[in-house]
Design a protein around this ligand. Sequence first.
Ligand code: AMP
Length: 403
Amino acid sequence: MTILVKIADLDLSGKRVLVREDYNVPIKDGEIEDDTRIYASLLTLNKILDTGAKVMIMSHLGRPKEGEFDEAFSLAPIAKCLSSLLDRKVPLVKDWLDEIDMENREIVLCENVRFETGEIANEDELARKMAALCNVYVNDAFATAHRVQASTHGVAKYAPVSAAGPLLITELKTLSRALKDPAKPMVAVVGGSKVSSKLTILESLSKKVDQLIVGGGIANTFLKAAGYNVGKSLYEEGLVEKAKKIMAAAKESGGEIPLPVDVVCAKEFSAHADASIKGIENIEDDDMILDVGPETIARFTDILGQAQTIVWNGPLGVFEFDRFSAGTRALAESIAISDAFSIAGGGDTLSAITKFGVSNKISYISTGGGAFLEFLGGKKLPAVAILEESARAWAAMERGREY
Ligand code: AMP
């Protein structure tokens, strides 16, 4: 059983509370395209503010170069969005590691943690500086719980008390419950760009679920492994052998991975490229596979129609371009009309769910991408493991106080 310190266990009144959220949201031309993650954090922030604490929020955004400020990765749009959602000013603090001067019930957003040297490498010096800002550290960022970084892991070692936020706890509870004894058949759809970023989960899910469906660039690597020409499509040569093994293992356990039989191709990677539907055996050397075709959609829809539990992460194609979005749209709509218990997670998956208007028809939407996949694969999330360690230390200290 997971033991974590919750914010309700603590007296936060007047305390400096450093909260890690995941506000790594899609932003275009300074506008937030999907605020699901920001919206999901409001409950936590309001709960902590109500106690009379001083609230400092940390988050990362994108992959800026460490040690440098870069306007393109500033959290300014997030501060604006939070101010509007909370109906109060949420200032963005640039040099937050120096010191943050605050009154009780005030809330600030610290600038992108990835501008700080040592964040990604989980350097002790940075983790200690973060911890020195607060009396209590609260990790509420399920979506980054698979990362061993200063703001998700190191800081929890050095903060006086490290707790799990409500959003993190809800994610852990709901996903554990849903996956403990899932209704069968269970179908997992794993799409997106690369096998390499989802290899562990592909391996573990192929053993766990009754049917694994692969899509996007991942499917291209599997198609290559099955001997098809994929032309100029995105695929990973170095993972072709792994893909062969995963396919063989899935076949052996009775759930052959269904590969696309037809696809939507283009000669260039562009929203306006001419799209043509081709049988998978007719791909030319200068073709790029950017979506699945209608016959494949029909086959996948049929499999999803029989499922009792559906787990989904990653698009079936380049859904951001309307001409190549039909596969992901059909997938979202099949899940939406299905009676199965459905769980979806991941940044791009959330954007697709919003784009195709099926948000309220998915049983549970996780804010996590990589963390969601690692959790599904049965891995212990490092940010949760360190919170458990802190909880044990905290419980021992509390017991000591009772004497
Ligand atoms: P991921 O972050 O791995 O879930 O990948 C999501 C991204 O994969 C989206 O931005 C999609 O546009 C992209 N994607 C999906 N299918 C393809 C494809 N066939 N070729 C290139 N990119 C793809």
